[in-house]
Write a protein that binds this ligand. Sequence first.
Ligand code: AMP
Length: 397
Amino acid sequence: MSKLIVSDLKDLKGKKVLVRVDFNVPIKDGVIGDDNRVKAALPTIKYITDNGGKAILFSHLGRVKTEEDKAKLSLRPVAEHLADLLGKKVTFVPATRGAQLEEAIAEMEDGDVLVVENTRFEDLDGKKESGNDPELGKYWASLGDVFVNDAFGTAHRAHASNVGIASNMDQAAAGFLLEKEIKFLGEAVDTPEHPFVAILGGAKVSDKIGVIEHLLDKADKIIVGGGMTYTFYAAKGIKIGNSLVEEDKIDLAKELLAKAGDKIVLPVDNVCATEFNNDAPTKVFEGDIEDGYMALDIGPKSVELFKDVLKDAKTVVWNGPMGVFEMPNFAKGTLGVGEFLGTLSDATTIVGGGDSTAAVNELGVAEKLTHISTGGGASLEYLEGKTLPGIAAVSNK
Ligand code: AMP
């Protein structure tokens, strides 16, 4: 069952097209840091305006908990940056509802772009956006003729600005970015070319249990790295010193290992320190980790082992760092894996999650990969085989 795509919408001329984009970018003192998410939305916006549609853009930005949060979480700087990227005027409306917004929409001409204020301003009054308040979704839907969802980053949440609007429109289409995410993640999980290797890292086993369970049947190998490794070590009776461990997940780790046979590949050595500090002296342990030490990165032999597992892969999905990537002295494992992925020119390579994405960007290998997912949480839920409400709400063809 394939989804309706924005390019399937034929008569866009003069139509008011409500578009849920993901403009949740880092902003400090009014200046945007990484603008990849804004750039990623351009193809859909341009398609709509090139075809004579009026693009009315909705996005959340951060979490709005108090009245004071509003000043630093306005979408105004993003709207201004979007105008620069598009090379045309973009109207910003500092409101999420009401006469000012309705009048600005009424004044739009074909091909115009308008940005509505941060949808989460509605959260101050009873979490209307994040709680998918039925009245809010209905109101926003009433402002347009058709809806396009291009925000993969929030597709795992049912909010008023995605599911709420979609459920009040005759037609909801996926934007090009959402289409790309569905295509690559969907193919990787449902019809991967084998060997299919998943690389899972990050702090906690508990965050990745669903992914491991779902991929055990589908992947040929699951490489595990990062903090969650040591819960698996504990399950195998390997000494972990002071390394991160989830005591209450050790039994589950045992079950997963028993079920997986040799599918789960764990690091064979680890870079350890006596303190959680970039400048702490390090020692590499193979197997058992000495008391007083904590593992903060995978070691060089593990990087080589993982490369060996990956070298013949035809599909690779990576989510989560192999160590404490934020500290340069413990980033080598993550960077080693990222660099190797860039050399796998015959494989479909998909990366998701903040740290893994930062690693491939830092290495300059992002262009060599097939797809960098724009949604950390959403891509994980996709890999768990869950139905994402934001995607389910898009019409089928
Ligand atoms: P996640 O949010 O689950 O992707 O996990 C990312 C976090 O895991 C990062 O902040 C890393 O610093 C942390 N992490 C990765 N490896 C380790 C480790 N060996 N010990 C402690 N924290 C780790």
